[in-house]
Write a protein that binds this ligand. Structure first.
Ligand code: PLP
Length: 377
């Protein structure tokens, strides 16, 4: 089996798992308990918070643990818009955001917020001219991700941030897909809110964080106990946050070597496919995450290619994992102006640090064979 779906999720790094294990059965205390068991839990969670903050250029009290990227994204949109509606009951959202952001924006619309989409360029980046135009009228919040999860296209976050500050709008950056391979700093560019999720960078699933800049007005999304400074109730998932901190530490320390390796594998794979499959088109241009290659194959449905590859032992994905199996065209590719047919044909291959040259070469041959067979049938 060749796993080329690291943008959907990554395996937990063995070193990360080893750091997590003592917090399941041995040091299992509730981090809110006022005894030795609880103190061990709170010490571990505090250390994780400190480390994550330092790796993101934030203060520890600005890091809020969540159950993953989806919760962090929902909280950023709903919590910040509701608390800052006085700045204008209007929210601007990049049209190629993850469904976690788009669906939360839909919920805001149902509450009476005006929600407007920032269009995508044909290359797959947020259109800055359109954003500047949209910001002529007051908006309380702007959401533009750091990197797109389907195409890997890096977004112009520095310019987005500058425009938001110039127009008095909060800037929320979904950095879930970027966090493993891009250097993140909440001050460069300046973000008011930023989300990450551990399972995208060799940490555990169900562990995420939302950075909330000091002074940002915010409403809770989850009511409950006084955890996370009263803004997010729920017993702290100590092993998960310990794992998230460890995974982010390794991602930062090994970034350059992992990116160079993954980029080389991905580029060799792209070159082989473009040279050998007629009608293969790479979706998304300009600067991209090192591991992602998104192709459309003329006349071939993405789901058919995926199934054929799965039978051959190659795991890839059609766009966002959550829409896998559905024949819907990708909203990301549609936003870039692709035809519905090509947008339904997008197949995402995402390489990871444990892939090899042999994986990339064998997977390319399977894609070439699959394209031939599917066109014959
Ligand atoms: N945002 C982006 C850009 C993503 O790629 C994903 C996951 O695919 C999410 C949010 C959701 O994160 P999680 O799976 O942790 O809920």
């Amino acid at each position: 089996m060749i796993y080329l779906d690291h943008a959907a999720t990554t395996p937990v790094d063995g070193r990360v798992l080893r750091e997590m294990l003592p917090y399941f059965a041995e040091n299992f205390g509730n981090a809110d308990s006022l005894h030795a068991y609880g103190r061990r839990g709170v010490a571990a969670a505090d250390a994780a918070r400190d480390e994550i903050a330092s790796l993101l250029g934030a203060k520890p009290q600005e890091i809020y643990f969540t159950s993953g990227g989806t919760e962090a994204d929902n909280w950023a949109l709903l919590g910040a818009a509701r608390a800052n509606a006085a700045r204008g009951k209007r929210v601007l959202v990049f049209s190629a955001e993850h469904h976690a952001v788009l669906a939360a924006a839909g919920a805001l619309r149902a509450e009476g917020f005006a929600v407007e989409e920032i269009p995508s360029t044909a290359e797959g980046a947020a259109d800055l001219n359109a954003l500047e135009e949209l910001l002529r009228r007051p908006a309380c919040l702007v959401a533009v991700m750091a990197a797109n999860n389907e195409t890997g296209v890096l977004q112009p976050t520095a310019e987005v941030s500058r425009l938001c500050r110039a127009h008095g709008a909060l800037y929320f950056c979904d950095a879930v897909q970027a966090a493993g391979s891009e250097k993140l700093d909440v001050n460069v560019p300046h973000a008011d809110l930023l989300s990450i999720s551990a399972h995208k960078f060799y940490g555990p699933k169900g562990a995420g964080a939302l950075y909330i800049r000091t002074g940002t007005r915010m409403q809770p999304l989850i009511a409950g106990g006084h955890q996370e400074r009263g803004l997010r109730g729920g017993t702290t998932n100590v092993p998960a946050v310990v794992g998230m901190a460890a995974a982010l530490r390794y991602a930062a320390a090994e970034r350059e070597q992992n990116n160079a390796k993954v980029r080389a594998l991905r580029d060799a794979f792209i070159a082989r496919i473009l040279a050998s499959v007629a009608g293969a088109q790479l979706n998304g241009r300009g600067e991209r995450l090192p591991g992602i290659a998104n192709f459309s194959f003329e006349g071939i449905a993405g789901a058919a290619m995926l199934q054929r590859l799965d039978l051959a032992g190659v795991a890839a994905s059609v766009g966002a994992a959550c829409s896998s199996g559905s024949a819907q065209p990708s909203h990301v590719l549609l936003a870039m102006g692709l035809s519905p047919e090509r947008a339904a044909g997008g197949v995402r291959f995402s390489f990871g640090k444990d892939n090899t040259e042999a994986d990339a070469a064998a997977a390319a041959e399977e894609v070439i064979r699959a394209a031939k067979d599917l066109r014959k049938s």
